[in-house]
Design a binder for this molecule. Sequence first.
Ligand code: XMP
Length: 509
Amino acid sequence: MQKKILILDFGSQYTQLIARRVRELNVYCEIHPYNKIPELDDSVRGVILSGSPFSVRDEKAPRVDLSAIKGKLPLLGVCYGAQYLSHYFGGEVMPSATREYGRAMLSVKDASDPLMKDLSVKTQVWMSHGDTIGKIPSAYRIIASTDDVPVAAYHIGGEQSWGIQFHPEVYHSTEGKQLLRNFVVDICGCRQDWTPDSFIETTVSELRAKVADDKVVLGLSGGVDSSVAAVLLHKAIGRNLICIFVDMGLLRKDEFETVLESYKNMGLNVIGVRAGDKFLADLKGVTDPEKKRKIIGRDFIEVFDEEAQKLKDVKWLAQGTIYPDVIESMSVNGPSATIKSHHNVGGLPEKMNLKIVEPLRLLFKDEVRRVGRQLQIPDMILGRHPFPGPGLGIRILGEVTAEKVRILQEADKIFIDGLREFGLYDKVWQAGVVLLPVQSVGVMGDERTYENCVALRAVTSTDGMTADWVHLPYEFLAKMSNDIINKVKGINRVVYDISSKPPATIEWE
Ligand code: XMP
């Protein structure tokens, strides 16, 4: 049985980071909302209480019944979690006299405490709280302090329970990972055996048991998640996995052929469906971005469903859902509007009446890539920039026509190939070209032209929630502008988008 750490989420912005850090130690962990504690079976080796935007003194502060956990399993309270363990057990939490945000120097008071093992006597940590523990209960013992925070870390006597008022999960807590290691490995006794290999092995055998001899259908998009999900399932059930790759006519130039080819080379049982004409016909005359998204999403479902109906005896629909979506959908704060609006094919499962299988639902994005690498999926797929579901449909501002798709595909190809050629592709998180609904005057030879303008966009980001424009070299931008204007008929002006998100967004629609 895979041993795990439970992280009970009180709504902190850092909760996912705690999980990431624990998993980087090759220890498996799961995040659950504080008010939905799962069954505590033998696989649970320890519990971490997260931070929270609330103060424990608030009337509405999240409260949790810890009677099955505290004193029975190793327990680590982080920030709010630490204040909680103090406040409700006889200590005192009060507003901080000085602001306790940002860097602080932690002095270890008891180096023999197992949580402090191998930490430097003085080590930098990151604080972020408006409250502070004024008094700890009598059985609690301080094991580390900072100048402003005497109770920076404590150990509860007679129990395997600790509290820390700083955030070991953030990058600026320089030895935070060592502290988490001390907790999950030494104290909780988790072996560091949760690796891509072990994930693949267990997932493949779980998939075999779950799906058995049934047929499964999966929609490939060319992106990382659906590709890794497909290869995992293929490893488990072989040709009983049938993949459908739809060309909406809004993919990048030549993408449908190249990606389809590489899927076939990977041994996948894949059906390629060309449906560009349908999408273009339905998008005719439509200019509103949300309407375009809806039409593309609906058409995709129709095409996919029609193809799937042709297959006999399919029982399952596989999806490339990953952990952040899962956490989001059950989060303390409720599902966020942003993520929802991006799920263009959300209606698929209801329509198809199939059982759902999601082999990646426990993985973060970078873990998906690591698993993909282990499965020997080509870099051409694993290292690919994110690409929006509605494809070039939302990069053609205003009405989408076949001619505009052609122009944009040509320009986009020059830009993306250029990024690769100049060794810039992997330094950029996402890049693309946007066709603007703007014609401007130009001169080519002796003639005046009145043609289209495109904007180049290249951003750095970690999750698409925030992004900054990339400082691409001028020589590169100059070459791209020249090549695009000279080679793509219909474009006489190229601009570079230098807006960050927020306040702008990555896409223009
Ligand atoms: P924005 O434009 O919101 O984009 O800053 C953030 C990330 O989401 C992608 N994006 C979409 N993905 N369907 C998708 O599947 C959509 O409708 C959609 N709109 C934006 C965008 O490419 C970026 O990676």
